[in-house]
Write a new protein. Sequence first.
Lengths: 637, 238
Amino acid sequence: MTKLESAADLGKLRKQILSRIDPKKPCITICSGTGCQASGCEKISAAFQEELKNQKLSDKVDVRRTGCHGFCEKGPIVIIYPEEICYLQVKPEDASEVVSQTIKGGKIVDRLLYADAATGKRIAHESDIPFYKNQKRLILDNNRKIDPKSIDDYIALNGYSALAKTLSGLSPKQVLDEVKKANLRGRGGAGFPAGRKWETTRNAPGDVKYVIVNCDEGDPGAYMDRSLMEGNPHLVIEGLIIGAYAIGSHEGFIYVRQEYPLAVENTELAIKKAEEYGLLGKNILGSGFDFKITIHRGAGAFVSGESSALMCAIEGKVGEPRPKYVHSSVKGVWDRPSNLNNVETWATVPFIINNGADWFNGIGTKGSKGTKIFSLVGKVNNTGLVEVPMGMALRDIIEKIGGGIPNGKKFKAVQTGGPSGGCIPEKFLDLPVDFDELAQAGSMMGSGGMIIMDEDTCMVDTAKYFANFLADESCGKCVPCREGLKQICKILDKISTGKGKEDDIKDLEDLAEVLRDASLCSLGQTAANPVLSTLRYFRGEYEAHIRGECPAKVCKALITYYIDPEKCRACGLCLKNCPVGAVSGKKGAVHIIDQGKCIKCGACFDVCPEKFDAVARISGRPVPKAVPPGTEIKKRG
Amino acid sequence: MEKSKSKFVGVRITDEQASILSRLQKDSKLSKTEILLKGLSVLDEFYALGLDHKPLSDELSALEKEAFHYATELRRVRKREEAISEMVQELHEIDKIVDKYHCEKSALIQILLEIQANTHWLPKHALMWVSERLDVPMSQIRQITTFYKAFHLKPRGEHLVRVCLGTACHVRGGPRILEYTERALGIKAGETTENMKFTLESVNCLGCCALGPVIVVDNDYHGRLSTSQIEKILSSYT
């Protein structure tokens, strides 16, 4: 590959690539995001290759492995081009039918199509499926079209055109002004205006400046950065180069968690390819601008996602935050001005450059522009990645896109913003999702995790989960965070085991205040949010726990398993599955749980057939006395 | 008693024995080990001959005992030699990694990650070697290897079982899955079974929330789990 020496060269290359592509040639694309890999896309890909070989079609049909499509619930996803027929939950065994029916015969395999939950109607195209129909896919869109390992795929779809436009016609100041005008706010959590951050670094004294991509996505239940970095690394790289040009930086870092091996692999390859093409390195596209990127793998510490901690980690030190009397945009990596943005923020930049700030301002709400990717997970029918314009109502996201709550359960809360965010109850479901509205409701946008909880989720348990997570991840450098979280965990533990007192709630609130005001970094400052927001909206649940009842029947210490003698059919399943031998009974006799032996693992509850429904979880009221051993089961009828 | 100076396979021998040994080595061009093995097989033949002859048989069996003792010593030494050569081999590998990063101190975390990718854990000699090569104090390396979750300072089991406790898996029953797995393996999260078969870990999100609750054994994902499936899954790895 000869290096591209001008923007015109890139245009020529794009034409060349496009001329090689026959739009009518069938192509089987297989989603190879992490979710689909976990459900076996590797085998499916092999099965298709094998099948094409068997049916002598190998050179007439392309097979492409793409990034994450987002509809992880129904993975692995296979799309047949040019008709764009979308098959869901495909298995290796389906390959032969798809090839002979769809590729050869032009017929659709009905059973692999999406079935509408309400009407049962089959839907053939991705864009008609409600999950996709109600989204606005901007940044994620190309994920399903390109092979992340191929730079040509990216270039064919107008990739690096924003970079060419920037380097051939815009001054750094113009780029900066455009991003400022677009009101792009950082997608990593706090929503700080990216343009202003860039400007600070640009104006900071010093010749050497750094730009950094933060892909240390540590929020449990959030994986949008991962999907972008894995599925479309060139988009992030392009945004980073444009930003570096605006800021006047010649060296960049991409900080990726080592837990994301595929993201590391694809990004490494993307950088190598971009260097070969002359899109990275010296004199990019003949503009005289030099830029290089190094990958830094994070070694697994949640707090390292904090900007100053991340910069310490890049220096090869322990990733602990430092006080920010001087912002890292002025003194960051090796005390040099360093601009850090989230993956999604960088990925938005090429769109702003190509389409203009006015176009970008046309999407979203007054204070939050553009689209945002959320990972919609938990107790929701359609788990997956969702990209919507800012300002969409929570209810629309959960019901129209997410398809509501499974098994007819009742919605309880949605948790946004990861461990620093909060839980939002049903009464706020019509809230438009943007940075400011979520903050007002006591939560935050965070990086975009959206965890849906139903009536079976205990809010005290949820608060305890986050408090434990943060206590575990706290670096321990400052006292409020280290000791405060420990005490919060202790109190929550007391409450969830039925040993709580009325005063405990007050203590929690006091501790939360200290954490917010006195912690060194935002991990500690926001650590109490999950506790505060659950206290704000679900205080009743805390009080119930103190009285000895867990309304959601989750907290082990407050529940008892009991076999209803009226309902028991003596099938023996609970007896067989009890790991500690606490269940006794024999054929025809009511089974009994020995409460002294029971470890409350819930195995009996799980295995008791739904039609009997004999095992009950009891909380907050006395457990009925067990029937004498050998009591006969009730005759049916 | 004659003072012995030389050693043969880790055992002290007299000067006379040493000179016989070196002569034998010179004449036969065999290694010490081979001589010992030859000697043992000759002994074996003699032993067969002398079975009917009491004094000879006694003599031979005494000799055999001695030879057996040497052989055990030899094995012990061999083992130590092997361990040392393995260690040296590992240090060579580490050298390659350190050189790849041009001995840069700032690459410490990257270097440790890469070493661990090969060995699955970080033995002490590896850390000491890195400290030596990068000129970074051992205390700093200890700080880093204990701060970041990715580093392991103890050997790990043959199979790694990871139970996801991300928020999505948590609300879908992840903690109970972990409890079951702990009970099935007889260890707590973060521990390794005594037979070094399994290491159990809990993780904060694997990014495949649609499959929750999920456990990953080595690289096989087992999603949408119910507690009753766990034992079957684990037993397929033994």
